[in-house]
Design a protein around this ligand. Structure first.
Ligand SMILES: NC(=O)c1ccc[n+]([C@@H]2O[C@H](COP(=O)([O-])OP(=O)(O)OC[C@H]3O[C@@H](n4cnc5c(N)ncnc54)[C@H](O)[C@@H]3O)[C@@H](O)[C@H]2O)c1
Length: 333
């Protein structure tokens, strides 16, 4: 099978590429990534020389360049991970989110149609449903996004659903919950807390840290997408969760405990605008495909903390880049 993965140098995309090129040696993986601030060649250093892995530095908003590659490869499947992904950045400057998450997805849809790609898997997010006080959202629930990030992701989902209905377009939408694990850019909650704690810095926590997120270890996400790739039904939406809901403050305290750092390092800061209180989705549909999560939060967070402790070389240089430093200054001033 020939698979184009977009955004394969980011956090989840790189974990996915590594897993697939090793598990399915007969598949060919073509990674398309623009190398935005969140894309990092170090993420796939270990697989660049594999004979079934290929990389193209292309922006999915550049339809002409994207077309050249799709036309040349004519893939069996395109899996779209490429996106602007940080809610806080979307609040500071939404434009890039509209470009990549909406226009970029539109380009993939149009070119997939033109070159008759047999399957497109779009990685969406649980954030498109918005907040829920009790219970969990299922795939048929209405979308109620609250940040420019989640609104841009929801827009892409609606566009894809319209293509499924109008053109019988062969797409599948996947909505995972909050991921964590190796190779996550250190601006996101878990890697930021781990790396700040290791560096002896304050740990900025929004509000009182009461927001609930459903934490999914990245290896579980990748296995679920593998199941969906091989067993998922075209035209369907699949939530992915391993049912590990925790308040942010609980997550931060667990990290501090694993690192033996004092809770006095926590600094409560001004809350995020329109901060959704709780995300929760029902994953029974993906469980029916045979997906069984391997990691509970205590297991996953231990592996994650150990990885960041062992791989200081990976994150230290990212934290000294202007893209990280300027954002951090603006956000936590
Ligand atoms: N991380 C999470 O917790 C989470 C949860 C649910 C869904 N998702 C979704 O999963 C996908 C991957 O998330 P992630 O956390 O790995 O993101 P990330 O920010 O770590 O990586 C995004 C990747 O996309 C690339 N990219 C950005 N704009 C591009 C463009 N215009 N053209 C080509 N490449 C571009 C970047 O260079 C980077 O490699 C996203 O679609 C995101 O919305 C993420």
């Amino acid at each position: 099978m020939k698979i184009i993965v977009t955004g394969g140098l980011g956090f989840i995309g790189s974990n996915f590429c590594r897993y697939i090129v090793n598990k399915y040696k007969q598949y060919k993986i073509y990674n398309i990534d623009s190398l935005s601030y969140a894309g990092n060649k170090d993420n796939l250093k270990d697989i660049v020389k594999m004979p079934n892995y290929y990389f193209f530095k292309i922006n999915i908003c550049d339809k002409k360049k994207l077309e050249e590659v799709i036309k040349k490869i004519v893939p069996d499947c395109i899996i779209n991970f490429a996106a602007e992904t940080h809610v806080d950045r979307s609040i500071l400057d939404p434009q890039a989110f509209i470009k990549t998450d909406v226009i970029g997805t539109f380009n993939i849809l149009e070119l997939s149609r033109k070159y008759k790609v047999k399957k497109m898997i779009h990685i969406s997010t649980d954030e498109v449903y918005g907040s829920i006080t009790k219970g969990s959202f299922s795939e048929t629930d209405k979308l109620d996004p609250t940040s420019p990030y989640s609104a841009s992701k929801a827009s892409a989902d609606l566009l894809i659903l319209s293509y499924i209905k109008t053109y019988n377009f062969p797409a599948i939408i996947v909505r995972p919950t909050n991921n964590y694990g190796p190779y996550q850019f250190p601006e996101k909650l878990i890697p930021l807390m781990i790396t700040n704690a290791i560096e002896g810095k304050k740990l900025p926590v929004y509000g009182k840290g009461l927001n609930v997120r459903d934490w999914l270890y990245v290896e579980d996400t990748v296995c679920a997408i593998d199941k969906i790739l091989h067993k998922g039904k075209l035209g369907q939406i699949y939530n992915i969760s391993s049912k590990n809901e925790l308040k942010n403050i609980v997550v931060v305290k667990k990290i501090l405990k694993l690192l033996n750092v004092s809770e006095k390092q926590i600094e409560f800061v001004k809350d995020r605008l329109a901060h959704d209180l709780r995300y929760s989705v029902n994953p029974k549909k993906v469980f029916k495909l045979g997906f069984i999560p391997k990691y509970n939060f205590d297991e996953g967070i231990k592996l994650t903390v150990d990885w960041y402790k062992k791989n200081v070389w990976w994150w230290k240089k990212l934290k000294t880049k202007p893209e990280f430093k300027n954002f951090y200054k603006k956000q936590y001033k």
